[in-house]
Design a protein around this ligand. Structure first.
Ligand code: URA
Length: 186
């Protein structure tokens, strides 16, 4: 199996109700040999239109965070828990997340084989931690998932809603978090 083949299969997926409303399947993109993988929640409007992950406003903030930390976007792999846009950008339902990760994300991770996974936001963190936990509690700490180091961070959309850069603010903590990830890669 290759990422290309898996992606081609995903394009035709109708395993859950999210297939009905999607424009494009947003499989994921990046370096197929990336040491660092980001996993978000699911495509938004811009991602659904373009077929690419994290290209809307939240994605542009993610780009700036990566750039500030000296991590080229092209050097990482970026994917989502669900590959099709939930209606009105609602969170994926548990059965949608389960079906989609079983079919695609787990295999994607196996093929990329990253050393570090950064779940962005609570929905992605829940998948890797195996339990619902507030992102404020689990972010900025190292966890493990099937032998892979996992370091949850705030979702960039959350940072857009909380623009303060004051010490202890989500943006400030995210800046500390991404530097920790960069250090772990070096
Ligand atoms: N938010 C996500 O969680 N994923 C995307 O791809 C874009 C926005």
């Amino acid at each position: 199996m290759t990422l290309e083949l898996l992606q081609a299969q995903a394009q035709a997926c109708t395993a859950c109700r999210l297939a009905e409303g999607r424009t494009r399947v947003v499989f994921g993109e990046g370096d197929p040999d990336a040491r660092l993988m980001f996993v978000g929640e699911g495509p938004g409007e811009e991602e659904d239109r373009t077929g690419r992950p994290f290209v809307g406003k939240a994605g542009q903030l993610l780009d700036r965070i990566l750039e500030a930390a000296g991590i080229p976007r092209a050097s990482v792999y970026i994917a989502n828990i669900v590959k099709c846009r939930p209606p009105g950008n609602r969170a994926p339902l548990p059965d949608e997340a389960r079906v989609c990760t079983d079919r695609w994300l787990r295999k994607q991770i196996e093929l990329v084989a990253p050393q570090i996974i950064v779940p962005l936001g609570g929905v992605a963190a829940e998948f890797f931690l195996g339990e619902k936990a507030p992102i404020t509690k689990v972010r900025g700490r190292w966890h493990e998932w099937h032998g892979i180091r996992v370091f949850p961070m705030f979702h960039p959309a959350y940072l857009l809603r909380n623009p303060s850069r004051a010490p202890g603010s989500p943006k400030h903590l995210t800046w500390l978090d991404i530097q920790e990830v960069k250090r772990a890669l070096d």
